[in-house]
Design a protein around this ligand. Structure first.
Ligand code: AMP
Ligand code: MG
Length: 518
């Protein structure tokens, strides 16, 4: 039997509905509902993350044990686990959606590891909860592979994220209308165990404010600060203000990191926003291939275009405003929270310029650099240049002899390369002048740039290939992607994992656009 040391503060310090009944309902006056995972027929371990295993002080042998498979498929609870689904609400696509809650996520408990860190374990796809509404509480293999791989890829890119311990197939099928076109079909089911210091979302606070449960909201705020924000002093008389400011800061930093690597979350609803600033709820996310600020991977967002690459900062701020509205119902005034929003704006601006300077190899950002950077982003968009490839190639440019040929492989279309080469040459000359204005060498610049511009990203088509292979029982592609994802800035990644999106992937479901069906 696996030995984990549980200390379940969320359920022991906050009120919950402990009836254990999974029937869909509104759960007023509580932060959680006790619920057990529903057993699955034939669980099989497809993959696990060695790093997350070690965070939990578990060994590879543990991961292969019957006890691991049983616990992380939801077939049994380990001693000390106290499973529950959290109650939260959210603004979806700009509208208040009322109670949402963990409809298919079931938290198992909070582990304290040997270093004294707290890590909560949560199964996604483990069966119905009081928040499942009419859905089945399950997850399909394709979305589980995507969540498993992307959580780990993001972590190794250095971006705050929930982690993934395990990917287990259930041996059962799940009915989904993948393309939302009226043709549902059976798909293999799977369960991911995700791991994070806290799974609390903006929506956990919003639901209580919307119900005027002010005392409980106050209690949840104090709980969250005590457990998840040791740097905030609850005894100071402006703690809500300082806490909200920190949330704003972390959210701003997170969004800048997404922009750095070309990650588009796809569903930035307030229920998918982590209070501690992690990337959370991997659904129809996507990675930028040809640079396009107006790209959204989410088919549901095709018309609104609310969650495109470039909209992410504005949406993050909008979401923080909704959180501020909720917190204002117990804060001394709404005005004390406005400082946090202003702090979001300034943090975003400074972090953005620091990030862009690093991406372009500039030692220091100056005001004129904005135009230099914007003009090449504009060119990249018009000429359909691959973002990841472009920045790795840009690191090779010699400041004394800039040569556009070195960037050639970042172009998808020969004709667009030819049509835009004059403009790119002009830009490169300007870039070279800018580089020579700083005390630097080509080698030093290249090594700095290659530490912020990844060689490997989890391109949409790569994840899709891994899904198709895994569906046919072959997990080798998942393992290859995991291996590359561990060293995303290294040069020696297998060429087939760094290749630009092939043409066949442009309109293939899963490779370009994704529905929320998961
Ligand atoms: P999402 O768009 O995945 O963030 O989900 C929005 C809400 O729908 C959350 O409350 C989810 O828990 C719930 N939900 C999504 N898929 C399912 C499902 N298959 N079964 C039950 N609830 C779900
Ligand atoms: Mg969600």
């Amino acid at each position: 039997m696996l030995q984990l040391n549980f200390n379940n503060r969320f359920v022991s310090e906050l009120p919950g509905d402990d009836s254990g009944i999974a029937k869909s309902r509104q759960t007023k006056g509580v932060c959680w509902s006790a619920v057990s995972p529903t057993r699955v027929a034939r669980p099989a371990l497809l993959a696990y993350s060695g790093e997350v295993l070690r965070i939990l002080d578990l060994s590879d042998e543990d991961a292969q044990s019957a006890s691991f498979l049983s616990a992380f498929s939801g077939n049994s609870l380990l001693p000390g686990m106290n499973s529950y689904a959290a109650c939260y609400g959210g603004h979806q696509f700009g509208n208040w959606a009322g109670q949402l809650g963990d409809g298919r996520a079931i938290a198992l408990g909070e582990v304290i590891n040997r270093s004294g860190e707290r890590w909560e374990l949560q199964l996604k796809g483990a069966g119905i909860t009081p928040y499942s509404r009419n859905a089945d509480g399950r997850a399909v293999l394709r979305s589980s592979v995507r969540e498993f791989l992307c959580s780990e890829a993001m972590h190794h890119l250095g971006i705050p994220t929930t982690r993934a311990l395990s990917l287990i197939t259930s041996g059962e099928t799940v009915m989904r209308d993948m393309l939302y076109d009226g043709n549902p079909g059976l798909e293999p089911g799977a369960i991911v165990c995700r791991v994070a210091p806290s799974f609390i979302r903006f929506g956990n606070f919003e639901i209580l404010a919307s119900r005027s449960e002010h005392q409980l909201l106050q209690q949840l705020i104090e709980f969250t600060i005590t457990r998840d924000f040791p740097e905030i002093d609850l005894k100071s008389n402006n703690y809500i203000e300082s806490w909200f400011r920190l949330i704003c800061e972390r959210t701003a930093r997170l969004v800048v990191e997404w922009l750095r690597v070309g990650f588009v979350h796809g569903v930035m609803n307030t229920d998918n926003m982590s209070i501690i600033g992690l990337t959370i709820d991997y659904g129809p996310y996507g990675w930028i291939d040809n640079f396009d600020p107006g790209w959204t991977p989410n088919t549901t967002d095709e018309d609104y275009r609310r969650y495109t690459l470039a909209q992410q900062p504005a949406v993050a701020r909008w979401n923080l405003e909704r959180l501020a509205d909720a917190l204002a119902t117990v804060a001394p005034s709404r005005a004390v929270l406005d400082g946090g929003l202003a702090h979001f704006d300034s943090t975003f601006q400074t972090q953005l310029s620091t990030m862009l300077a690093a991406k372009f190899g500039l030692l220091k950002w100056t005001d004129e650099d904005a135009d230099l950077v914007e003009s090449v982003f504009d060119l990249m968009q018009r000429a359909e240049v691959d973002m990841t490839e472009f920045f790795r190639r840009l690191a090779d440019i010699k400041q004394s002899a800039p040569d556009l040929n070195q960037l050639r492989n970042s172009f998808y279309r020969e004709a667009l390369y030819r049509n835009h080469s004059e403009l790119f040459n002009t830009w490169l000359a300007r870039y070279a002048v800018r580089l020579s204005a700083q005390q630097d060498t080509d080698e030093a610049r290249k090594s700095r740039m290659n530490r912020v511009n990844p060689r490997f990203i989890l391109r949409n088509y790569l994840a899709q290939q891994a899904i198709e292979a895994a569906t046919a029982g072959d997990t080798s592609q998942i393992n290859k992607l995991m291996a590359a994802a561990r060293h995303p800035y290294d040069d020696n990644i297998p060429a087939e994992l760094t290749a630009k999106r092939p043409d066949w992937a442009i309109n293939k479901p899963g490779c370009s656009m994704l529905s929320c069906s998961s």
